[in-house]
Design a protein around this ligand. Structure first.
Ligand code: AMP
Ligand code: ZN
Length: 136
């Protein structure tokens, strides 16, 4: 993808603060961090979102998220960690190259990733279970 900013960063064409790199991924600091140490796992190959990611690469991304999370916990002494992965504009995705956010959390940091809990009705529960499970 010639006009994809994350392809250019992952491929080293545009410089970024790199925490880790291997043949499949580059992990960089987010330029607009939600918290101190906010990082992004970028695959070097272009996949727009979760749906396009090959399962094997996704597995490697999950393992890397664990390894990065452990390193960040030690290095940054954070109290918690959110993994965030947005798919589609409706979900807040702004860069359409798959990435996983690693967001270190600190006690009382006021980072707003929450939502207002709704209510799961019995009817909706039954319909949702039927609808989703029938597609698997
Ligand atoms: P998302 O909303 O999930 O697509 O996240 C995109 C993230 O990429 C945001 O947190 C941005 O701050 C971050 N971002 C965008 N451009 C750059 C860049 N050139 N270098 C580092 N992070 C970036
Ligand atoms: Zn890309």
């Amino acid at each position: 993808m010639s006009d994809c900013i994350f392809c250019k960063i992952a491929g080293g064409e545009i410089p970024a603060a790199t925490l880790y790199e291997d043949q499949d991924f580059r992990v960089i600091l987010d330029l607009g961090p939600a918290s101190r140490g906010h990082a992004l796992i970028l695959p070097k190959e272009h996949y727009a979102n979760l749906y396009e990611m090959p399962e094997e690469l996704l597995g490697k991304a999950a393992s890397l998220a664990k390894r990065m999370g452990e390193a960040m916990k030690k290095a940054l002494k954070c109290d918690g960690l959110n993994l965030v992965q947005n798919n589609g504009a409706a979900a807040g995705q702004t860069v359409f190259h798959f990435h996983i956010h690693l967001i270190p959390r600190y006690d009382n940091d006021k980072v707003g990733l929450g939502w207002k809990p709704g209510t799961l009705t019995d009817q909706d529960r039954d319909e949702l279970v039927r609808l989703v499970s029938s597609e698997l």
